[in-house]
Design a protein around this ligand. Structure first.
Ligand code: 5AD
Ligand code: SF4
Length: 455
């Protein structure tokens, strides 16, 4: 039996793709291992969104060479694999397989193909001064498939409590900073019948929470079905107690969707709505296709319908051409919306994206970008600390997910906040009422108030 180890970088879509790969491999008799040292196959599922993410992977593949020398095959999959293609084969000591996000069904075959070509490792340790045999060049599998939605593949999920359910792959927007459309291709939407079957099966297995995933998840549509309709049907599946979705695009974030969120009890009162910038000129250069005013109007709809909704966002600072004034407008937006959580980034140039063609003298120097990022983070953290402190003392319904890293249990509130508390492991998979006792930055420490029936 072959053992496979998968390491995942990047967003939820990548985590979900790793679950698909694990499912595809399991069907062919591979067993999963959580350690690279006893794996026959090591897959690194990668992200290409920022340069930093790619540098980490290069470093990691370098470290993993020790296992390759001992006979393991190394495959690099996902967005960075698609972006770099052939160029990855010789990097960081070499890899055996480079595979893009539409090719995972071919994993077992391609692994067998490269495995067969490899020179077997020597039975005895190499004598001092001799080199390990040169391995043949690896394979690349990079084609896009406009019909590949991995229908019929049973993912091997990491969590039995909360499940990722991809409903869309790729993206039809072309935000000028973003590499995603070039590495994941155009938008492809899954059939609602298959999605609902999957959600019903999860509920029957006792999974109480699902998160619908897509690059612009609310643009999902299929044969006359809209996203609000799909969300409503998912929320009404028996046994599903919590539904989340990520990430919606502000365009196509409609009143109808707000209505479904507000009226379906299972839809969590939590929304991640990426804004990217608080100035219209920047938004225009980013080709985001909305104005600050339109974005804020949608935030208003949401808060009117669900006054306690938790909001989060993504922001990029130092996008080419960003003036002080434009940056200050982003700070102002953060102060006025007061997000519970925010993912804040400094612009990272991605080869081949439209923003790279802006005049060079418009690019923001790195020190300025760094300073802008740090100030934005500090501003957000101060707001977050106030919002979180105000929640201390509340009793929240927590879906218990797992044991905490430092003992105890860990779960999430409806608003997606992480809470750790002491309690019996039997509570994992069920809901518990937990009193929030204190907060340390991004998480809460709580005390079990009342354990509820299993989900
Ligand atoms: N540089 C920095 N951040 C980026 N993001 C996407 N592309 C880039 C880039 N080139 C951010 C956006 C997006 C999040 C997933 O990553 O904020 O919403
Ligand atoms: Fe990238 Fe824009 Fe598509 Fe999001 S909507 S994946 S930021 S191109």
């Amino acid at each position: 039996m072959k053992r496979a180890y998968i390491e995942t970088y990047g967003c939820q879509m990548n985590i979900s793709d790793s679950e698909l790969m694990a499912g595809i491999l399991a069907e062919q008799g591979f067993v999963a291992t959580d350690k690279p040292d006893d794996a026959d196959v090591i897959l690194v599922n990668t992200c290409a969104i920022r340069d930093h993410a790619e540098q980490r992977v290069i470093g990691r593949v370098g470290q993993l060479q020790q296992y390759r020398r001992e006979g393991a095959l190394i495959g690099v999959t996902g967005c960075m694999a698609q972006r770099m293609g052939e160029n990855l084969l010789g990097r960081a000591g070499g890899v055996d397989l480079v595979m893009g996000p539409d090719a995972y069904r071919q994993l077992p075959d391609k692994l067998a193909e490269v495995g067969a070509k490899r020179t077997p490792r020597p039975a005895l340790p190499l004598a001092f001064g001799t080199h390990a045999p040169q391995q043949p060049r690896g394979l690349t599998v990079l084609g896009f498939d406009p019909h590949e939605n991995y229908e019929g593949v049973a993912p091997k999920r990491i969590s039995a409590v909360s499940a990722w359910v991809p409903i869309q792959r790729g993206c039809n927007y072309r935000c000028t900073y973003c590499i995603v459309p070039y590495v994941r291709g155009d938008e492809k939407n899954r059939d609602p019948v298959a999605i609902l079957d999957e959600v019903r099966a999860l509920a029957q297995d006792g999974v109480p929470e699902v998160t619908l995933l897509g690059q612009t998840v609310n643009s999902w549509e299929h044969d006359g079905w809209s996203f609000p309709r799909l969300l409503r049907e998912v929320a009404r599946v028996d046994g599903i107690r919590r539904v989340r979705f990520t990430s919606p695009h502000p365009n196509g974030f409609t009143r109808e969707l707000v209505e479904v969120m507000a009226t379906e009890p299972a839809v969590c009162k939590q929304l991640h709505l990426p804004v990217q910038s608080g100035h219209n000129r920047t938004l225009k250069r980013m080709l985001r296709r909305y104005t600050v005013e339109e974005y804020l109007e949608k935030i208003e709809w949401v808060r009117e319908a669900m006054p306690n909704i938790a909001l989060s966002t993504d922001v990029i600072v130092a996008f080419p051409g960003e003036t002080d004034e434009e940056y200050e407008a982003t700070l102002e937006l953060m102060r006025s919306v007061r997000y519970d959580d925010a993912f804040l980034y400094k612009y990272s140039e991605r080869e081949g994206t439209p923003a790279t063609r802006m005049p060079r003298d418009q690019f923001v120097p790195d020190e300025i970008g760094q300073a802008r990022l740090e100030r934005l983070i500090a501003t957000h953290r101060a707001i977050q600390a106030e919002l979180y402190a105000a929640e201390v003392g509340r009793i929240e319904e927590v879906l218990v997910e797992k044991e905490g890293r430092r003992g105890g249990l860990q779960g999430r509130t409806e608003s997606n906040k992480v809470v750790t508390f002491e309690g019996p492991v039997e509570l994992i998979g069920s809901f518990a009422e937990v009193r929030l006792e204190s907060t340390s930055g991004a998480t809460f420490q709580g005390e079990l108030f009342h354990a509820m029936a299993a989900a």
